[in-house]
Design a protein around this ligand. Structure first.
Ligand code: FA5
Length: 345
């Protein structure tokens, strides 16, 4: 027994030294197979343990296995060292090849909604508008009531929303509640702002309608603001964003917070107003809802409607981008398909 333990101890010391001394993979492999290989010295010793007297076997077995584990770990460690050494030798032998072409950086691009929003900002900035940010989580009061839609008002059906668990707190369905926030902040001074941001609607998602999308609201309040100011502003916007000479059409409509209310259409640039699938064969494309701010809304915002008047509009930048870039499905904006997103700017 004691001879066996001595044998193991000598084998361990010698092999450890051999492993440390191995200068390359090949030398290391031959040390390994001489000791730990199928016919290796340690393998033979371990195989012979069965012939020891029964009471000596456990201790001898433990010592043998411990020696094996130790040498295997040392071998793995040295193998790693030699591999690193080989790499650094190769690198220093080769040097740096300055003629190799660099790896190109993949640059991120602006999201199409952001591109559309920025174009809209630029146009309205040129007209002296400032940007006012409203809140995405709103109260029912601001989203509906103060905009002349008391509980039970039928117009609420047009804007079914998402509710939070807090009573009366909802995700806004349009950017119009920002009108009230802004008026209450600016009253009694004139206002010329756009209010961009995300809005949410509980509706079926289709090629033309998303359940989350951006809107850009416009609000102008002053003492002599008239419908012709709205028309001039919209005409200028249409010319700038879709190319000059756009025909703009005002169609009468209904919003509880504007009186009169209109939908604004432009002539379809995709088919030159000849009629196509996108304009539903009418030659016209709807670009926004608009109107003169309702007297009740002016009053809710802190302006005396006998002295003040204003116009407001609300448009969807995704729809703006769809027309401009002939995108036929609004769902592409939010499904993160890089093939679509990469095409922008
Ligand atoms: C409104 O939301 C009114 N607040 C707009 C308004 C503001 C009228 C100020 C008068 C004065 P409407 O629901 O029509 O109206 O939406 C306005 C614009 O948002 C539409 O013209 C369209 O461009 C965009 N939009 C509406 N629904 C969707 C949808 N589901 N997906 C994408 N864009 C939409």
């Amino acid at each position: 027994m004691s001879t066996l333990l001595e044998q193991l101890s000598t084998l361990r010391t010698e092999t450890a030294e051999d492993i440390r001394q191995a200068q390359d993979e090949e030398a290391l492999a031959s040390v390994f197979s001489a000791v730990l290989g199928r016919q290796g010295r340690l393998t033979q010793i371990l195989r012979g343990l069965g012939s020891l007297p029964r009471e000596e076997r456990p201790e001898a077995g433990r010592a043998g296995n411990e020696c094996k584990r130790f040498l295997e770990d040392l071998h793995a460690e040295r193998r790693g060292e030699l591999a690193n050494l080989a790499i650094s030798e190769e690198l220093s032998a080769e040097g740096i090849d300055v003629t190799l072409p660099g790896r190109p950086w993949t640059l991120g691009k602006l999201h199409p909604s952001t591109v559309a929003l920025r174009e809209i900002y630029t146009i309205f900035r040129g007209l002296g508008f400032s940007i006012y940010e409203g809140r995405e989580v709103e109260s029912d009061e601001y989203n509906f009531e103060l905009l002349n839609m008391p509980p039970g008002h039928p117009a609420r059906d047009m804007w079914d929303t998402f509710y939070t668990t807090a009573p009366g707190i909802i995700l806004r369905t349009h950017t119009s509640p920002g009108q009230i926030h802004a008026m209450r902040e600016y009253a009694p001074n004139p206002i010329r702002i756009i209010l961009p941001g995300k809005v949410y609607r509980h509706e079926d998602v289709t090629a033309r309608a998303e359940s989350q999308f951006y809107q850009v609201e416009g609000l102008v309040v002053g003492r002599t603001i008239s419908l012709s100011d709205l028309k001039g502003t919209v005409q200028h916007f249409a010319d700038r964003i879709y190319g000059s000479g756009r025909r703009v059409r005002f169609r009468k409509s209904y919003f509880p917070f504007t009186e009169p209310s209109v939908e604004v259409d432009i002539d379809c640039m995709l088919c030159r107003a000849q009629g196509c699938r996108i304009c539903k064969y009418t030659g016209w494309l709807e670009i926004m809802g608009a109107g003169m701010v309702h007297p009740k809304v002016l009053a809710n915002g802190g302006y005396d409607p006998a002295e003040w008047s204003g116009f407001a509009f609300g448009m969807g930048p995704e729809r703006v981008a769809m027309l401009k870039y002939a995108i036929t499905d609004i769902r592409l904006f939010y499904t993160n398909d890089a093939r679509f997103l990469e095409q922008m700017v």
